[in-house]
Design a protein around this ligand. Structure first.
Ligand SMILES: C[S@@+](CC[C@H](N)C(=O)[O-])C[C@H]1O[C@@H](n2cnc3c(N)ncnc32)[C@H](O)[C@@H]1O
Length: 284
């Protein structure tokens, strides 16, 4: 009976007006949740930029599928590698201690939340690169995750570049042993680097600058290099470059858990066939 009335109303000329209260409730519920998260972040959070958070569990699993698609590894291995970083107590404690003694601790989180960096980590475990290059070190949270993956692999090194001479305060301990920090404009430094197996753009996030970085590093990329962008949620620079250079391209969009920020993502470009079609089980 009720559904008959509803159907008649839906087909009537006043349908739009009649649906207004329902639509108002739907959007108000959504906005109230967002405002709740925003207030919680303002009261309990500290960050002013480069926000950190965990991923929604379903989104985390989608990230494992993304890693599998880009690397050719199985999704089971990708999940295992992501868990490996999440459970790395030594790295967690190291970052937490470094953060506590950082002069910018008033505007930094207290503990690491890896989010999309779980994907960077798992890709390095899958692809087994000898040389990873990251532009945009900032505090060094991503550098720590990359270094941890290289140490688990048992080979490989990271060159991380930042224009800020104070960047990289989280890089220390055993993780520092595989990291070379370079200070300067990334496009000036990239041209001089040797065989790069994985490149991550995370510096100046404009279309033109990202494209300049890709052009600068291009001649130094290994045949099966994987190229990542931390700017792909707002720029097509990597996708456009992938098309021009005959590579494949895929984008993973983050869905942060309990955070107002809509999330960033990972853009990935790679050559076919997949750089790693056979990978072994995750080892500790
Ligand atoms: C988004 S943060 C990097 C975040 C970091 N990769 C992480 O995982 O937390 C961007 C960094 O890029 C650096 N940067 C900006 N312009 C740059 C340039 N032209 N060359 C090198 N680094 C630059 C900034 O100083 C800043 O530390």
């Amino acid at each position: 009976m009720q559904s008959k009335v509803r159907r008649r109303l839906a087909h009537s000329p006043v349908a739009r007006g009649a649906a207004f209260p329902l639509r108002t409730m739907m959007v108000a519920r959504y906005d109230a949740r967002l405002i709740g998260r925003s207030v919680d972040w303002l009261v309990h959070g500290r960050e002013t930029t480069n926000f950190t958070y965990d991923l929604d569990p379903l989104n985390r699993d989608q990230l494992a599928w993304f890693v599998a698609a880009v690397s050719g590894a199985t999704v089971g291995h990708a999940r295992g590698w992501m868990d490996e970083l999440q459970r790395d107590v030594a790295l967690h404690d190291h970052v937490t201690e470094r953060w506590a003694s950082n002069p910018r601790r008033g505007i930094s989180e207290k503990e690491p939340h890896w989010a999309r960096r779980l994907g960077w980590y798992a890709l390095i475990r899958a692809i087994q690169p000898d040389h990873v290059v990251e532009t945009g070190t900032a505090l060094g949270l991503g550098s720590c995750a990359i270094a941890a993956a290289l140490l688990r692999n048992g080979h490989g090194r990271l060159t991380t570049v930042d224009i800020d001479p104070e960047a990289g305060c989280l890089i220390g301990g055993i993780w520092e042993s595989v990291v070379e920090r370079r200070t300067g404009r990334s496009i000036d430094i990239l041209a001089g680097l040797e065989a790069v197996d994985m490149f991550l753009h995370d510096s100046l996030h404009t279309y033109d600058y990202e494209t300049m970085e890709l052009s600068a590093v291009g001649p130094n990329l290994g045949a099966h290099a994987v190229i990542l962008s931390d700017n792909a949620h707002q720029s097509s620079a990597l996708g456009d470059w992938a098309q021009r250079t005959g590579r494949r391209y895929l984008f993973f969009a983050e869905q942060p858990r309990d955070h107002w920020w809509r999330g960033d993502g990972i853009g990935a470009a790679w050559t076919q066939p997949s750089p790693s079609s056979q990978v072994g089980p995750a080892s500790s």
